[in-house]
Design a protein around this ligand. Structure first.
Ligand code: PLP
Length: 426
């Protein structure tokens, strides 16, 4: 399988190159030259296959030139060492994607990617520096994924004061090979600084540089797995995806393209509604992000828009995806309504999904299909928002561990020079 930049098809690269580089030379995002299809034997037995077997069949065609079958199986078993159940909350299915070590769905991508990096770099001697911009959960998942991985250091940039105390502990509480920078600005500023740093020659001389947020193709592909596994249990379901940078939804499009029995998608955003507006009008109008209670989705200029439009035209995307945005008041109402009606405790991101599904239904945009809402984080991560509405939320063991850590980060203004100074070690 060859990979291209979303901005030019002139320079195909390997899977290993795309993964280790992260962002293409021309600033575009890497995409696979074609989306492979599942073998028919796989499609017919999807519902009886294990999660690990589905993962293997999903990832293998993308990675096989650089990761042989045996190490790929090891990586998969090691990375996905937690369950991904689909449960019922009233009429809705809920794909609980938060059972990993940082209690958010980004564990799937980050844990796979960290192990893929370690494998692909097994004979390298130059140190690898990973630069990540996070709006909250990516940073913790990436830090956790790479913590104590030899020969790799990670620098996480996060918007100061815009992540929860627990997210901050997950990002800035590990130490060791993980450094944390609190940027005086928004997530979009963090993302801009990271993108700019990638074009600095002096950094490239010192380190191999890569990114590890949702722009990395090794983060994206493993996320297709839980769509296939969940759809196997509910063929023909509509997947409602709480979205920010749109890596998750793009992975869903890949799974559907491969042949997973997914009917359509609801793109559920908070008030950062760039994509719902694009779907409606055909005009893509990126803008600065606005802070909300579903802060991991506070993205005004979603990176993966480039991948979505590389895959499908506006008219095709419009058929495949219903865009719905939900404000903070409606999000809180949804947490209460879901809890009152079903006893299920949604986190603010999942709640955006629950509400978006209701809105799509009330507008007549569903035709009786089962809706599976992706629950992207454990509600205990957002206790500040959730507990005043539903009362005490039990803390799962992986979060109790993180709660005990001490934050150690450096604050910087949102300028290229400030990031430069830190990375040069000044
Ligand atoms: C990152 C994140 C999202 C948004 O996912 P994207 O792939 O960026 O669209 C939603 N919910 C939670 C909890 C997240 O951490």
């Amino acid at each position: 399988m060859r990979y291209y930049s979303t901005r030019s098809r002139s320079q195909p690269v390997s899977f290993a190159h795309a993964v280790l580089r992260g962002l293409a030379e021309d600033g575009g995002l890497y995409v696979a030259e074609t989306i492979p299809e599942y073998r028919s034997a796989v499609l017919s037995s999807l519902s009886s296959m294990s999660f690990h077997d589905i993962a293997f069949e999903t990832i293998r065609p993308f990675a096989r030139d650089d990761i042989p079958d045996a190490p790929l199986r090891d990586i998969i078993e090691n990375a996905f060492n937690f369950p991904a159940p689909v449960i019922e909350a009233g009429r809705r299915g809920v794909a609980e994607l938060f059972h990993g070590p940082t209690a958010a769905f980004k564990d799937f991508g980050a844990r796979f990617m960290a192990r893929a990096f370690a494998y692909l770099r097994r004979e390298e001697s130059k140190p690898l520096m990973i630069l990540v911009a996070t709006s909250g959960d990516t940073g913790g998942a990436v830090a956790g994924g790479f913590f104590e991985v030899e020969g790799i250091s990670v620098t996480v940039l996060y918007p100061k004061g815009r992540v929860t105390p627990l997210q901050e502990k997950q990002i800035a509480g590990l130490g060791g090979n993980i450094s944390a920078l609190a940027v005086e600005g928004s997530f979009d500023d963090c993302q801009r600084l990271v993108k700019a740093a990638f074009s600095r020659d002096y950094l490239r001389k010192k380190f191999d540089l890569s990114s590890a947020n949702s722009i990395n193709i090794a983060r994206l592909i493993p996320q297709a797995v839980y769509y296939a596994a969940s759809a196997a249990k509910h063929p023909g379901a509509v997947f409602c995806v709480p979205s920010g940078n749109f890596g998750n939804l793009t992975a869903g499009l890949y799974a559907r393209e491969m042949g997973a029995p997914v009917s359509r998608f609801i793109a559920a955003t908070n008030i950062n509604k760039t994509i719902p507006e694009y779907l409606e009008s055909g005009v893509y109008n990126p803008r600065p992000s606005i802070a909300t209670i579903s802060n991991a989705m506070d993205v005004g200029a979603p990176s993966n828009f480039e991948r979505m439009s590389a895959l499908r035209s506006h008219a095709e995307l419009q058929k495949l995806i219903t865009g719905v945005f939900v404000d903070d008041g409606e999000t809180k109402d949804a947490i209460k309504k879901v809890y009152d009606e079903t006893g299920y405790i949604a986190d603010p991101h999942g709640a955006v999904g629950f509400r978006a599904a209701d809105i799509a239904e009330s507008r007549g945009l569903l035709s009786g299909e089962k809706v599976i809402v992706l629950e992207t984080a454990h509600p205990a991560k957002f206790a500040e928002t959730v507990e005043p509405i539903v009362g005490k939320v039990p803390v799962p063991p992986q979060l109790a561990l993180a709660e005990g850590r001490r934050v150690s980060s450096q604050t910087i203004p949102a300028t290229d020079d400030a990031l430069d100074a830190v990375l040069r070690g000044e």
